[in-house]
Design a binder for this molecule. Structure first.
Ligand SMILES: *Cc1c(COP(=O)(O)O)cnc(C)c1O
Length: 340
């Protein structure tokens, strides 16, 4: 079997057309605001999100961090799911750098239960942290937040004078799957960040969008963190190319993920735990899932083992034919072979 990389959508390589767009980018010193390609990308993000302003940042982590620094901060609390990226995969920057106190609220597979959300919001008191913001992740491990849920969360936040940060690293997967535009999702939040470097297939970068004052501060904190970058029009050109050409095609990733999910469901030894858009998790009740992952990897199907489950992420490097071949491999897989 050839090698299929389903570990993540961050491993995606740049297409020749994207490289071409990067090569021809007009650049300047972005710290001086003189990189025309960056300015164009930021205008596109502003337009798409419906927010007043936008800034190019090095990563999704930095987008989240800037929001936490601005809307959270010392002695202030952010309510979020215990499964959220800011809790699980950002090395504690929420507190280590932003000085924000994370409060994990009830959630099912990363989706916050808004009916209990208000229980976590503190009244003003001289001796308690201030409930400053709510963090929502959409998609969350591939699962889409129902729009009404996000609207309810925003309404709760407004009632309590709190901000909402939308970690939309994979928001375009939700956009393509539901047909609901980014601007509608973004209305449920004060600021939103999305990744160019995942399913959209860019080498680097995320956009952070919010109101003018927020983005002004974000630019200052970005510089403070060492994230003021110079001729990054080359990277912005990849972003522009991706927003123009790689959004609609995310549907192919979703179709491919569905194909693989159905193959898993057809086996007698595997069970799907969660599935949505381009990500699925499965486990086995009868066989050691870590051994299965090891065997998959040895056979050329690269996947990750995470918390007793196998994680599969479809991406631009996987064609429909690849997905069919992967599905056939899974259907024919003999779980007894893990013990060989
Ligand atoms: C990947 C991811 C991030 C961070 O993005 P990086 O560009 O890898 O820093 C943040 N939030 C979520 C939900 C993600 O999946």
């Amino acid at each position: 079997m050839k090698i299929y990389d389903l570990r993540s959508d961050t491993i995606t390589l740049q297409t020749p057309q994207m490289r071409e767009a990067m090569y021809h980018a007009e650049v300047g010193d972005d710290v001086y605001g003189e990189d025309k390609t960056v300015n164009t990308l930021e205008a596109m993000a502003r337009e798409l999100s419906g927010k007043e302003d936008s800034v190019f940042v090095s990563s999704g982590c930095m987008g989240n961090l800037l929001s936490l620094m601005i809307y959270g901060g010392r002695g202030n609390e952010v309510l979020c799911s215990k499964e959220s990226h800011i809790i699980q995969h950002e090395i504690g920057a929420v507190s280590a750098i932003a000085n924000t106190i994370p409060i994990t609220v009830d959630s099912v597979n990363g989706i916050i239960d808004e009916t209990t959300l208000e229980n976590y919001i503190r009244p003003y008191s001289y001796d308690m942290g201030k409930s400053a913001m709510i963090e929502v992740e959409n998609t969350t491990s591939g699962l889409i937040y129902p729009l009404e849920k996000m609207q309810k969360i925003k309404a709760i936040a407004e009632k309590h004078n709190m901000k909402v940060h939308l970690d939309g690293a994979r928001i375009f997967n939700a956009v393509v799957e539901t047909g609901i535009p980014l601007s509608t999702w973004a209305k449920c939040a004060d600021d939103v960040t999305f990744c160019l470097s995942k399913g959209l297939g860019c080498p680097v970068g995320s956009m952070l969008c919010g109101d003018k004052e927020f983005i002004h501060l974000a630019r200052r904190y970005r510089k403070m963190l060492g994230g003021g970058m110079r001729q990054i029009g080359y990277l912005a050109a990849a972003g522009i190319y991706a927003l123009n050409n790689h959004v609609e095609r995310l549907k192919e990733d979703h179709d491919n993920c569905k194909l693989i999910k159905e193959a898993i469901e057809s086996t007698s030894w595997a069970r799907v735990l969660t599935y949505g858009t381009n990500i699925l998790f499965f486990t086995s009740d009868n066989y050691d899932i870590n051994k299965i992952v090891k065997k998959f990897n040895a056979d050329g199907l690269l996947v990750l083992s995470e918390c007793g489950a196998c994680r599969v992420v479809t991406n631009i490097g996987i064609s429909k034919q690849d997905a069919e071949e992967i599905a056939n491999y899974i259907k024919a897989f003999d779980p007894e072979s893990i013990n060989e």
